[in-house]
Design a protein around this ligand. Structure first.
Ligand SMILES: Cc1cc2nc3c(=O)[nH]c(=O)nc-3n(C[C@H](O)[C@H](O)[C@H](O)COP(=O)(O)OP(=O)(O)OC[C@H]3O[C@@H](n4cnc5c(N)ncnc54)[C@H](O)[C@@H]3O)c2cc1C
Length: 414
C-alpha cells in the first residue's frame, strides 16, 4: 500500500463490499471463500497470501464492519495461521492457509510431552524419514481440542546428534490416521478440554514441514510468542447475523468450539462477579473485603492497559515482544486475586459445587477456585514468563545449561 490508509475510508470500502457480497443464503464455506478471495478475511496479511497488505489495525476495523453489516465474521487465524505465514515455506502456505481460513480444517497444538513442558526443547517424540514420509513415534499431552482437530502443529526430534535446540522439526500432522490415538483427560474441574496423544508410527507427508527441517525450534518460538501475545482465551463472535445457512452453520461451529472453552472465564477468576458477590453476601461494607476489592480493581485496570499497549504494538505491525509475557503474568495475578476476593466473601461455602441453592453463584465460584491455577500454566507458566522477562527484557544472565552444544543424544542424561 503506497497511499496512507484512513479508518474512515477503510470502513466505507468494507461497508460497500459487504453490501454487494454478503448473502445469507450462502453456505458457511461459500461465504468464507468469498471473503478470503476478496482479501477482507485477513486484510493485514500480504496480498499474495489472501490479504491486502494493510496495517494490522485494519483487521479490527474490518471485523467490526462485517459485524455491523450482519455478516458472519472471518475465522480467527489462531496460532497455526500466523506461524505458517511467517515461517513458510511457500508449499506449506499453499497447502494449509486457505482451509485454515475457511474453517474447513481445525488445528491443535502438539507441543508438550510428559517430560517436556516448560523445557519444551527437551522433547523426545522422534520423526524419521522413510521414503516420502516421516514416521513419528512418541507421546504428547495437554493437547487442547486434539479430539476434534484435523491437523496438529507437531514438534519432533529429527536429529539426535545435533544440540538440544537444533535437530527439531515442526510438522503438520494429519490427525485422522491409525498411528494417532487421542485419549481425553478429565480435569479436576470436571471439564475435559485437553488430551493425551499417542503417536505410533504416525505418518506425515515429506513436505508437510513448517520452516526448515531440523530448524523447527525457531518456528516453535514464533508460535509460543503468538500464544503469549494473544492469550489462550478464545473469543466467539456474538454479533447479530442475518439468518440463513451461513449463520446457522457458524452458530453450530461456535457451539462446538465453546464446549472446550466454557470454563475459561472461570479460569480467569471472574473478577466481573466480585462486587455483586460481596453485595449479595452482605460483605461489601467489610473494610478488608473492600481493600481486597480495590486491589483487584487496580490490578485489573493495569492488566487491561497492558493488553491495550500490546494491541497498539500489534496495530503498528511490531513483532511480538515482552508485553506478551507481562500481559500473561498480569492475567495470572488478576485471576488469583479474584479467587482470593471470592473466597474471602464466600468463606467455606465457596467450595460447594453444582447448581444446588447453597452453592454461591450457582456453583460458578467453586469452578473458579479449581480452574484459576490453569491460568498460571497454559501457554507457558508464570515462572517461565519471569525467566523470559529477566533474560530478554532485563538482559539478566541466562540459566546455566550444562548440556549446551552437546549432541542431544549425550546431553539428555546430564
Ligand atoms: C489449560 C491448558 C491448556 C493447554 N493446552 C496445550 C496445548 O494445546 N498444547 C500443548 O502442547 N500444551 C498445552 N498445555 C500444556 C502447557 O503448555 C504446559 O502445561 C506448560 O508449558 C508447563 O509444562 P508442564 O505442565 O510440563 O510443567 P513443568 O514444565 O514440569 O513445570 C512444573 C513447575 O516447575 C516450574 N519450572 C519449570 N522450569 C522452570 C524454570 N526453568 N525456572 C523456574 N521454574 C520452572 C514451572 O513453572 C512449574 O511451576 C496446556 C496447559 C493448560 C493448563
Amino acid at each position: 500500500m503506497t497511499t496512507r490508509l484512513s479508518a474512515d475510508s477503510l470502513r466505507a470500502d468494507v461497508r460497500a463490499w459487504v453490501h454487494a457480497n454478503w448473502d445469507p443464503a450462502l453456505t458457511l464455506v461459500e461465504w468464507r471463500t468469498r471473503l478470503l478471495d476478496s482479501g477482507w478475511a485477513v486484510p493485514s496479511w500480504p496480498e499474495r497470501w489472501f490479504g491486502k497488505g494493510m496495517p494490522a489495525w485494519a483487521d479490527d476495523v474490518v471485523r467490526r464492519e462485517l459485524a455491523a453489516g450482519g455478516a458472519v465474521a472471518s475465522v480467527p487465524s489462531g496460532l497455526a495461521g500466523p506461524t505458517i505465514l511467517e515461517q513458510g515455506p511457500d508449499a506449506t502456505r499453499e497447502r494449509f492457509l486457505r482451509p485454515l481460513l475457511t474453517g474447513e480444517e481445525v488445528w491443535c497444538q502438539l507441543f508438550s510431552e510428559p517430560s517436556a513442558g516448560s523445557d519444551l526443547a527437551g522433547l523426545t517424540a522422534t520423526a524419521v524419514l522413510d521414503g516420502d514420509e516421516w514416521v513419528v513415534n512418541g507421546q504428547k499431552v495437554w493437547n487442547t481440542s486434539a479430539h476434534h482437530a484435523d491437523l496438529g502443529m507437531l514438534v519432533a526430534r529429527t536429529d539426535w546428534d545435533a544440540p538440544k535446540h537444533q535437530g527439531i522439526t515442526y510438522f503438520v500432522l494429519p490427525m485422522h490416521q491409525p498411528g494417532v490415538e487421542v485419549r481425553p483427560l478429565r480435569q479436576m474441574n470436571y471439564h475435559s478440554s485437553f488430551n493425551e496423544v499417542f503417536l505410533s508410527d504416525a505418518r506425515i507427508p515429506r513436505g508437510w514441514v513448517v520452516g526448515e527441517v531440523h530448524q523447527g525450534w525457531s518456528a516453535a518460538l514464533a508460535t509460543l510468542a503468538h500464544e503469549r501475545r494473544w492469550g489462550v482465551a478464545v473469543t466467539v463472535d456474538r454479533h447479530r447475523v442475518d439468518d440463513g445457512p451461513a449463520a446457522r452453520q457458524a452458530a453450530a461451529e461456535a457451539a462446538e468450539t465453546l464446549k472446550v472453552y466454557s470454563w475459561y472465564p472461570q479460569r480467569a477468576g471472574r473478577a466481573d462477579l466480585t462486587v455483586a458477590h460481596a453485595q449479595t453476601a452482605g460483605r461489601s461494607a467489610d473494610p478488608v473485603v473492600r481493600q481486597e476489592l480495590a486491589r483487584l480493581h487496580s490490578m485489573n485496570k493495569v492488566s487491561q492497559w497492558t493488553a491495550e499497549r500490546a494491541k497498539a504494538a500489534r496495530a503498528l505491525g511490531r513483532p511480538p515482544g515482552p508485553e506478551g509475557s507481562i500481559g500473561k503474568l498480569a492475567l495470572s495475578l488478576v485471576a488469583r486475586q479474584a479467587a482470593t476476593v471470592h473466597s474471602l466473601v464466600g468463606g467455606a461455602h465457596s467450595m460447594l459445587a453444582g447448581t444446588d441453592s447453597h452453592a454461591p453463584l450457582g456453583g460458578v465460584l467453586a469452578e473458579v477456585l479449581i480452574s484459576v491455577p490453569a491460568q498460571s500454566i497454559a501457554g507457558g507458566t508464570d515462572e517461565i514468563q519471569r525467566n523470559i522477562l529477566g533474560e530478554k527484557a532485563l538482559g539478566l544472565p541466562k540459566e546455566p545449561d550444562p548440556a549446551k552444544g552437546l549432541p542431544y543424544r549425550d546431553a539428555r542424561n546430564r
